[in-house]
Design a protein around this ligand. Structure first.
Ligand code: PHE
Length: 452
């Protein structure tokens, strides 16, 4: 127990570890392809509004619940109110669903990193390269297994300090590289400016309910919310750390990295496609198809590309570690399994569950669930269904059963809570209503009952 409940190395340690979990493929890979697909500027605007209101309030609530109870999700919900124990269980299921397909993408990143490091950059800039790579039966499975294997090894040997240290140097390098690549693209490539406009200028004609559904799912995913991770982080946090200030920092940093990633990728897509909007709808492959082409044009591009993919890999690992750590501690706490056995069980299970996501692009490409590719389906089920459910129930618990005061008091232990009003209104009124509306529309849409 004492090993698991150790605190972070002070305030900066907590922010770094939480940021390490938050900043990952969600920011660099997922945010740009969603922004491209769901309307550029309008998606960005909706996302920003949600982040500073919903995202903020939910993160404060989760960290406070964790710190107040000193437990991870299952125990925390149970000790607050027995009737809410089930939500702790859903919290456990979400990372189990995400980790396998997250690792499949992590495997793609590894493949590209090794490609750049071994001088294969020109080849990867080829239009057909990505499609033919993920269409292979075995190779993506090998990289996926390697990624999840490395994650398991790190989790097995105990991690917190390592994640803090890696985050400390990886984050600044990642930000500098992203800014550099974005500036290079915008200043040197024809047509890139149109992409900047598409990305920054809200065009309300692109707005639909799906813009909000996608932005909200992305918010949960990117900030590692609505699955109990921040509750666990909160349980490690000391009482003198300001929950409000830390949340603001994590939130701005996470959103900043996502914003920059969009700025790095979307203008480049415009430039290479000559402004053809069909190129914006590529989905999960967007980053992997676009960036190697940018690096191919850039002087010193294979070096920059190698460095970039190394940083993305580290960002992905610090996130996958937090995903796996959550599942492992659930098993340790609830099934009383040791760390070794828990890690092994999670590893085997993730390998099995990840295979369909890999094969969905190759031998099982015909298989779809609700009209979605297998990887997209796992992504949808966790981000657009389960996470909104957890977020909704958390709002009800905090807003009506415990009352917002319980969280506010916890936050105020370490100083005044400046956004107390905002928090109160969000958690009690705005967030539950909006989340419910969005949950319903995304589910009804998936089942073809309504068309949005
Ligand atoms: N937030 C991470 C990212 O943006 C993904 C993640 C989700 C990590 C949930 C942990 C928990 O990549």
């Amino acid at each position: 127990m004492s090993e698991k409940r150790s605190s972070f190395t002070g305030k900066i340690g907590f922010v770094l570890a939480a940021a390490g979990s938050a900043v990952g493929l969600g920011n660099i890979w997922r945010f740009p392809y969603l922004a491209a697909k769901y309307g550029g500027g309008i998606f960005l605007l909706v996302y920003l509004i949600l982040a500073v209101t919903f995202g903020f309030s939910l993160m404060v609530a989760e960290i406070a619940i964790g710190r107040k109870t000193g437990q991870s999700a299952i125990g925390a919900f149970k000790s607050l109110d027995k009737r809410f124990s089930f939500i702790g269980v859903i919290c456990a299921v979400i990372p189990i669903m995400i980790l396998p397909y997250y690792s499949v993408i992590g495997g793609w990143v590894m493949k590209y990193m090794v490609g750049f490091v071994t001088g294969n950059a020109a080849n990867m800039a080829n239009d057909a390269y990505f499609g033919s790579y993920i269409g292979k039966t075995f190779e993506p499975v090998v990289w996926f297994a390697l990624f999840i294997g490395i994650t398991a090894l790190i989790v097995l040997f105990g991690v917190q300090k390592g994640v803090e240290t890696v985050s400390k140097f990886m984050m600044p390098v990642l930000v500098v590289l992203t800014v550099f690549i974005a500036v290079y693209t915008i200043c040197t490539m024809d047509g890139a400016m149109d992409g900047v406009i598409y990305y920054l200028k809200p065009d309300f004609s692109h707005f639909s309910i799906m813009t909000v559904v996608a932005a909200m799912g992305q918010l949960f995913y990117s900030m590692s919310l609505a699955m109990g991770i921040m509750i666990t982080f909160g349980s490690y946090t000391k009482k003198d750390i300001s929950i409000e200030a830390s949340t603001r920092q994590i939130e701005w940093f996470d959103t900043g990295v996502a914003f920059l990633a969009g700025l790095m990728i979307i203008p480049a897509v415009f430039s290479f496609s000559g402004g053809d909007h069909a190129a914006l709808k590529q989905g999960p492959g967007l980053m992997f198809v676009t960036l190697p082409k940018v690096f191919d044009k850039m002087p010193g591009g294979s070096f920059i590309g190698a460095l970039f993919f190394v940083m993305v890999l580290l960002a992905a690992l610090t996130s996958s570690i937090s995903l796996m750590e959550t599942i492992v501690s659930f098993l340790m706490d609830n099934l009383k399994l040791g760390r070794k056995r828990s890690c092994f069980a999670v590893l085997v299970f993730s390998l099995l569950l990840g295979l369909p996501s890999c094969f969905g692009y190759s031998i099982w490409s015909e298989v779809t669930v609700l009209g979605m590719q297998l990887l997209d389906f796992f992504d949808f089920a966790s981000n657009s269904v389960l996470m909104p459910i957890v977020a909704f129930v958390t709002c009800i618990l905090v807003g009506y059963i415990l009352k917002p005061k319980a969280v506010i008091e916890e936050v105020e232990i370490s100083g005044p809570f400046k956004s107390k009003r905002l928090f109160y209104v969000m958690i009690r009124y705005v967030a539950p209503v909006c989340i419910l509306a969005i949950l319903l529309s995304s589910v009804l849409n998936a089942f073809g009952i309504i068309k949005i």
